[in-house]
Structures are given as structure tokens and as C-alpha cells.
Write a protein that binds this ligand. Structure first.
Ligand code: SF4
Length: 430
């Protein structure tokens, strides 16, 4: 294919990636092409990423779930992160982001790309800052561009780029309760303060787009000023950055580069609808990729639940890609098991929204589950479950064996089992 998915779509062409994504969604390739052409959907699909199963991200399609993995400077290893990758894929993640920082991050990223059949995203400013030895004065725009180009050559499918944080917004962020909570946003802000200059990604956005166009990398416009607590939600800093992100979406599209927009963060439940609708308007319908949002700040240890509540609402009102949150959020780097828990929590959120939105195929799965429950067909129930392994494990733990099955479970017991009673009444009525 010559050019990007967006350029192909605009030229009326249906690419192999569009066909594959359409098959996975159960829709026509032309429907996918039209959405990509309008910019309302993206197919993160770098041709250098071999063995990739292309997926389309957009509100017209099934809600997707992203899992963040990657080592921190203090914990984990390449082997540990590969275990997390397998856990995320097994649990059903649609995309994976490698957020590694510290030693050996290039090696980890290359292993993740080689072993990952779903789109892989990164945050290039992390590697640029590592190569600058964590010293802000050694970071410059050329180093950032070099890292973007190298990661694009390696096959990264989408990149979070915090190009919307501008100097004039920093005083707004400093008035907040929690300031800046985005790692990438904080690096850019420190650089602007140190040199008294504008965001290097914003200033060299044309060069960034040239690299992304060449490798068909999808830009994911990072929300460097996302709110980090309920008190900072929907404030002037957040919405000032959003205006810039809208401008960058339009410039990216004109350059033939696919763009999506990242969103908050920590948002009270009643503000989610307003936030999503505002993003859709300002960013010309670009796919919205939200982190949670977390709807209360007082649930550490259970933030996957707090965030899944917000994610369900976000997807229902228009978000296309949900970035998972694990039980370790705000506390530490997640383990492989916590990665798995986070992905499952967000698949539940995504699926709940898809049912309410009438996404083809979503409700049918629930109807099949209801039939399996009525038949007491435990095998079918575990097959249909979003986490069949967990469901089967709990069933066994309750003392039941799957091959022999049961016409009730230990929850109510045989004589109080309402489903069993319904089956009997139905049999007699025949
Ligand atoms: S015992 Fe209770 S929970 Fe279990 S299948 Fe019957 S009605 Fe459902």
C-alpha cells in the first residue's frame, strides 16, 4: 500500500487492513473505509509491525480496550513485561501500550512488538528523556524526533505525543490541587520552564507528521494536562489543552495522518457526558481514547472498579478506546495478574456500553448466556463468559465438577434454586 490508511480511504481505496478490521467487526469494508476517511475511526497499523491483526478504533465499532504494560526504573524486567503482555492478550486486550522507562527499554519494546498481534503504542518522550539521562537540559527537539523516527521504523503502530501542552497553560495547571499528573506532560512542562520556549512537539508538529505519514503511525494526542483528581476535573487547563488538540487533529488529517485524542483521567460521574461531547465537537469527531475515567479518588486498591464505572459511561457517550486501570493504580507497578484483572474489568465496561449502544453482536452474547443459564449448561456459560477461566475456577471451588454439571449451584442450593423451579414449571406446562 502506498501512503497511509487515511490517504487510501480518502482516495476511495479499501486496504487489506480495512478488510481485516471489517471482518473482525462483522461489518463491510466500505463501512470501515468511510469512517477512516471521515477521521472518526483510525486503524493503527504500521506496515513494519509484522503479524499484526489490524483493528479499527472508532465509535461506530465495538469499544476497544488498551492495556498499559512496561517496566519502571525500579521494578520488573523484559521477562516480567512479556508475562504481562501474554496476560493482557489472554484477557482480551485490543491494543497494548509499552510505557517502559529506564534501562533496556528499547529491547523490551522490540520484543513486545515482535510478540504482539494487536496494535502497539508507545510514548516516545520517555525514551528521549532516558537517552538524555533524565536531565531536562540535555533534551532537545531533534532527539525527540530521532526517537519517534526510530520507534516508527521498528513498527510502533500508535504514539502518544503530548503536543497540546503550551506554555501559556502552565500557570493554569499550577493553580490546581494536584498540578500535572501525566508523566509525558510533566517532562514537556519542565522543558518549557527550563528553556523558556514553546513545546518542542508543537513547534515541530510538521516534522512529527512527516515521520508518522511515512510509516503510517497513528498519532494519539496525549492529554498532558489531564486532571488527576476530582477537584481538578473539567478545569481551564484541561480545556485549554483540548482546544489545541482539536487544532492538531485537523492539521494531522490534512497531512494524511490518522489521529485520535486522549482524555481524562479523574472526572466526577456527572461530568463524563459533557467531557465526551465537548471533545467530539472540538476535535471534529476524532476517536476519543480515555484513561478510565476514575470517578472517585478514594478507592486505591480498587481503582480498576472506580475507573470501569467511568469507562462504561465514557464509552456510552462516545469514547472509542478505553485505557484500562489496574488494582495497583496510584500504588505501584501492576503484576501480570493485576494486568489480567484490569483488562477483564475494562472488557466488562466496554461490553456493557456496547450492549446499550446496540453494537452488532454485543447483546446476542448475553442472550446466549441467559439460555445457557436456563439449561444449566455450565460449559456454555464458561465459554460465553468474558473471563471463562475465572468463572470455571469459582464453580469448581464451590465443590462442583464441570463434566458432571449440576441443576443448581451452591448459592441457593437445590430446593431454593429459582431457575431449577422455573425449568420444572415450564416442563409441567408443556
Ligand atoms: S442455585 Fe441460585 S444462583 Fe445457583 S443457579 Fe440456581 S437460582 Fe441461580
Amino acid at each position: 500500500m502506498m501512503g497511509t490508511q487515511l490517504e487510501a480511504a480518502a482516495g476511495g481505496l479499501i486496504t487489506a487492513a480495512m478488510k481485516a478490521a471489517a471482518r473482525a467487526e462483522g461489518v463491510s469494508a466500505e463501512a470501515v473505509r468511510r469512517q477512516v476517511e471521515s477521521g472518526r475511526a483510525v486503524i493503527p497499523c504500521n506496515p513494519a509491525h509484522k503479524n499484526l491483526r489490524p483493528a479499527v478504533v472508532g465509535r461506530a465499532f465495538r469499544t476497544k480496550v488498551n492495556a498499559n504494560i512496561g517496566r519502571s526504573p525500579e521494578v520488573s524486567s523484559a521477562r516480567g513485561e512479556m508475562r504481562k503482555l501474554l496476560a493482557a492478550l489472554e484477557a482480551g486486550a485490543d491494543t497494548v501500550m509499552d510505557l517502559s522507562v529506564g534501562a533496556g527499554l528499547g529491547r523490551i519494546r522490540r520484543r513486545i512488538i515482535a510478540g504482539c498481534p494487536v496494535p502497539v503504542g508507545t510514548v516516545p518522550i520517555y525514551e528521549a528523556f532516558c537517552r538524555a539521562d533524565g536531565r531536562i537540559e540535555r533534551l532537545d527537539s531533534q532527539l525527540i524526533l530521532d526517537v519517534i523516527a526510530e520507534q516508527a521504523e521498528e513498527g510502533v503502530d500508535f504514539m502518544t505525543l503530548h503536543a497540546g501542552v503550551l506554555r501559556r497553560m502552565l500557570p493554569l495547571a499550577m493553580r490546581r490541587k494536584l498540578g500535572i499528573v501525566s508523566r509525558g506532560g510533566a517532562i514537556i512542562a519542565r522543558w518549557m520552564c527550563r528553556f523558556g520556549r514553546e513545546n518542542p512537539l508543537y513547534e515541530r508538529w510538521g516534522d512529527v507528521l512527516e515521520i508518522c505519514r511515512r510509516h503510517d503511525v497513528t498519532v494519539s494526542l496525549g492529554d498532558g494536562l489531564r486532571p488527576g483528581c476530582q477537584a481538578d476535573a473539567s478545569d481551564a487547563a484541561q480545556f485549554a489543552e483540548l482546544e489545541t488538540l482539536g487544532e492538531l487533529v485537523r492539521i494531522s488529517r490534512r497531512a494524511g495522518v490518522q489521529a485520535m485524542v486522549e482524555g481524562p483521567g479523574h472526572i466526577p460521574f456527572d461530568q463524563i457526558e459533557m467531557n465526551i461531547r465537548r471533545e467530539q465537537k472540538i476535535c471534529s469527531g476524532a476517536p476519543f481514547y480515555v484513561l478510565g475515567p476514575v470517578v472517585t479518588d478514594v478507592a486505591p486498591g480498587y481503582d480498576h472498579i472506580s475507573a470501569a464505572i467511568g469507562a462504561t459511561a465514557a464509552a456510552f457517550y462516545g469514547a472509542s478506546l478505553l485505557c484500562y486501570v489496574t488494582p495497583s493504580e496510584h500504588l505501584g507497578l501492576p503484576t501480570a495478574e493485576e494486568v489480567r484483572t484490569g483488562v477483564v474489568a475494562f472488557r466488562i465496561a466496554a461490553h456493557a456500553a456496547d450492549i446499550a449502544l446496540g453494537i452488532p453482536g454485543a447483546r446476542q452474547r448475553d442472550d446466549a448466556m441467559a439460555e445457557a443459564r436456563m439449561k444449566m449448561d455450565w460449559r456454555a456459560q464458561f465459554r460465553l463468559a468474558l473471563d471463562g477461566r475465572m468463572a470455571a475456577g469459582r464453580f469448581r471451588k464451590s465443590g462442583r465438577s464441570i463434566p458432571e454439571g449440576s441443576d443448581h449451584c451452591t448459592m441457593c442450593g437445590r430446593d431454593f434454586c429459582a431457575v431449577r423451579a422455573s425449568r420444572e414449571m415450564r416442563r409441567r406446562a408443556k
